[in-house]
Write a protein that binds this ligand. Structure first.
Ligand code: GLP
Length: 240
């Protein structure tokens, strides 16, 4: 694994954006998976900046989102789909027919998972962008999730609901389920970029990268990936 530690939050966002840009310059038709959450907001801002300033060509890139809240439509500003489109994909010249998102509104969620898996089968992922939950989740693969799952519906833990309460206004307003790319699929991607910033992530980053590989800390499985790059700010790297 390659670990990059940046002094400031701004450098953290720039370093993360350069990792994505490097991939797209080397392979313009890369398949990239985008994660939601707060950690990636600055990365997406920087990608927009790099597109405008450096004229990086993202038009051949294919973009998948990593997960979605069950029950939120892509037009809901709280959905992962909405946020990723408006934070980045709509601003960097990605073609609309190159954007794929799991359907959190599907009546048949199982079918929605199978459909997404089929799309991912057709588009092997070159770069998987991941954040990490304070309980070690990646995507919505919560602690205890078997490592062999593909796209599936997951029940969000009370810890995740607590972490997301600020964003949704109250714990009770956080959706109770998510649809997520599973760990087996995440591990199949060619490269993984794991991002974490802030003191609140320092303990889980230590456990994920230096602790035992266990389903109790889903991100610990990433230790087994042959091409893992981790970008941290100083605060998240504090216990390493
Ligand atoms: C969310 C998402 C993840 C994200 C993680 C961290 O629930 N399912 O894809 O990476 O939690 O979120 P944040 O960056 O807001 O801490």
């Amino acid at each position: 694994m390659r670990i990059i530690v940046e002094d400031t939050e701004e450098q953290f966002h720039i370093a993360s954006a350069l990792e994505v840009t490097k991939q797209v310059i080397a392979k313009p038709n890369s398949v990239v998976t985008f994660a939601g959450g707060e950690t990636t907001v600055g990365l997406y801002r920087e990608l927009t900046h790099l597109y405008q300033e450096w004229r990086i060509d993202f038009s051949k890139m294919k973009a998948f989102t990593l997960d979605e809240y069950v029950g939120l439509s892509p037009d809901d500003p709280r959905s992962v789909s909405y946020r990723i489109r408006y934070q980045v994909l709509n601003h960097i010249g990605v073609q609309s027919d190159h954007i794929y998102m799991p359907d959190g509104m599907a009546e048949d969620l199982q079918k929605a998972c199978t459909t997404y898996d089929r799309l991912l089968d057709e588009h092997p992922v070159d770069l998987e962008i991941l954040g990490i939950g304070s309980n070690g989740h990646i995507g919505f693969n919560e602690p205890g999730t078997p490592f062999h799952l593909d796209t599936h519906v997951s029940n969000l833990t009370s810890r995740t609901a607590k972490d997301k309460a600020g964003f949704f206004g109250a714990v009770g307003s956080v959706p109770v389920q998510g649809i997520t790319v599973g760990i087996r699929r995440i591990m199949r991607s060619k490269h993984i970029l794991l991002l974490a910033k802030g003191k609140s992530k320092s303990e889980i980053i230590k456990q994920a990268l230096m602790g035992p590989i266990t389903t109790d800390v889903p991100a610990s499985v990433l230790q087994l990936h042959p091409s893992l790059t981790i970008v941290l700010d100083k605060a998240a790297a504090e216990l390493m």
